[in-house]
Design a protein around this ligand. Structure first.
Ligand code: HEC
Length: 167
């Protein structure tokens, strides 16, 4: 019965010296390890909506419209390379915003909220694709789906539309 005991002692000595080797020289305020992400989620959901998501979505919704008069139908749509680039910026903001909504500190739950945010991100990506393809008809068509993705989450978590309508 001597051998296992001896082995255990050796192991404890090894663990002890390992601990000592890893122990910090001085006690200081813990600094997050280099690999740990530190997210700044001080902006509330409402602020994220107001300052990031809503303006980006508005730019997309305003980018295509059809004006009909006696002379026919005229499309108000992005034309120049610059127009398309500007839209790509806004669609990219929306795609990334879906990720921002899923951050710890913002996500309201790990279930339906995540699905809503994910769905919103997928719609945003479809818009981005249509912009990359410079597809005006598609971009116009996708506007409704994007709006639906916003409202679907608001109905569950913000009651935003109902509140506004009631005012
Ligand atoms: C994953 C859920 C979710 C999605 C997707 C979402 N929202 Fe929101 N939104 C919220 C919540 C929750 C609030 C209420 C925030 C509060 O009042 O605390 C809100 C509030 C808002 C507000 C009011 C902000 C204010 O000033 O109080 C606007 C505007 C808004 N959203 C626009 C949008 C638009 C536009 C989209 C889509 C392009 C969108 N949201 C997508 C969850 C979402």
């Amino acid at each position: 019965m001597n051998t296992p005991k001896f082995g255990l002692t050796l192991l404890s000595v090894w663990v002890l010296s390992l601990n000592m080797a890893c122990a910090p020289k001085e006690q200081s305020t813990p600094v997050p390890s280099k690999s740990a992400a530190v997210f700044d989620t001080q902006q509330s959901i409402a602020e994220l909506m107001q300052w990031v998501i809503d303006p980006a979505a508005d730019t997309l919704w305003d980018s295509v419209s059809w004006v009909s008069n006696e002379k026919g139908t005229k499309a108000n749509a992005p034309k120049s390379e610059e127009d398309w680039k500007a839209l790509k910026v806004q669609a990219s903001i929306l795609v990334e915003s879906a990720n921002l909504l899923m951050l710890e500190g913002r996500a309201k739950d790990q279930d339906v909220w995540m699905q809503q945010a994910r769905n919103f991100g997928l719609e945003a990506r479809k818009n981005l694709k249509a912009i990359e393809e410079k597809n005006v008809d598609k971009l116009f068509e996708l506007g409704g789906d994007l709006d639906h993705a916003c409202e679907s989450c608001h109905l569950k978590y913000a009651n935003y539309k109902t509140e506004t309508a009631a005012k």
